[in-house]
Design a protein around this ligand. Structure first.
Ligand code: BEZ
Ligand code: FE
Length: 289
């Protein structure tokens, strides 16, 4: 095309593809160009705004390190990570939710019933449940990779005062798929705001808070691995999670339990808890591959 215009540039772009272009690459680039061009036309994007957008991407690259991926965070606060998740979530089984940037590989393996509080102490929550198939049968030897922030709202990798694996643990479920451990009730926390993502949140009058949650990756042979989170039903940010991770079936009630009622066996803290404690049950349904 010699005379490229505002009206024909999109079709011109699509016409430049080579005939051997992989069909999926063609489909994605075709759609990307159509939406990107439509966005510029619709907003009458100015040169200054275009430059500011490019600078934002440059800054995102500059601040990204192996420990901190600002591109993932950008995708999270734009809702793209959650949308991709939802598009590929099976209609049955427990909903998936965002992985986030704070998962660590090879967390320490703990015996069932372990206490994750370490030196932090704090109010005790007993987290228990079963890993089930879609017919309600327990899945033996499912693994559960669990992580959360310390009571100060920081993940171990953000906090030089915590051990590398504090509040990161891996469990293997019992033969009937059941699991249990104790920890502290998770707290709401903010996503990092000292980079370009913080600028976007600020410019659009958005807060950076996530409702409190426990992260899970649940895996078992023959089943699709599940990345998810469980949220307490009394969290003030449930309806405005800045990364759009909340789903109805992931919101659970934390029940207060009276002093003297802590299970006498089966937990690291059995026989050591005199005061009140809380309990949350979260069953996880995996889908066969
Ligand atoms: C998280 O839950 O760990 C998280 C998810 C998305 C962005 C930042 C943090
Ligand atoms: Fe998190």
């Amino acid at each position: 095309m010699r005379n490229v215009t505002e009206d024909n540039i999109t079709d011109t772009f699509l016409g430049y593809f080579g005939k051997d272009t992989d069909p999926r690459v063609r489909e994605i680039m075709d759609s990307l160009a159509r939406h990107l061009h439509a966005f510029a036309r619709e907003t009458r994007l100015t040169h200054d705004e275009w430059r500011a957008g490019l600078e934002l991407l440059r800054e995102t690259g500059r601040i990204t390190t192996p420990q901190r991926d600002e591109f993932v965070l950008l995708s999270d606060v734009l809702g793209l990570s959650s949308l991709v998740d939802m598009i590929h979530s099976p209609e049955v089984g427990t909903s998936s939710s965002v992985l986030g940037p704070f998962h660590v590989s090879n967390p320490p393996e703990y015996p069932m019933g372990a206490d994750l509080r370490g030196d932090f102490g704090g109010d005790i929550v007993l987290v228990s449940g079963r890993v089930l198939d879609t017919e309600g049968n327990g899945i033996p030897a499912a693994t559960l990779d669990i992580w959360q922030t310390a009571p100060n709202g920081l993940y171990a990798s953000q906090d030089p005062d915590q051990d590398e694996f504090s509040f990161h643990a891996k469990f293997t479920a019992d033969n009937d798929g059941s699991y249990r451990f104790t920890t502290v009730k998770p707290v709401p926390y903010t996503v990092p705001t000292d980079g370009p993502v913080g600028k976007i949140l600020n410019a659009t009058g958005r807060h950076p808070w996530r409702p409190s949650h426990l992260h899970y990756i649940v895996e078992a042979a023959g089943f699709t691995p599940l990345v998810t989170e469980v949220f307490p039903n009394d969290d003030e940010y449930l309806d405005q999670d800045t990364v759009f991770g909340v789903r109805d079936d992931l919101v659970m009630r934390y029940e207060s339990q009276p002093a003297g009622s802590f299970p006498a066996e089966g937990l690291e803290l059995s026989g050591k808890v005199d005061g009140p404690w809380e309990q949350v049950d979260f069953d996880i349904i995996l889908v066969r591959q």
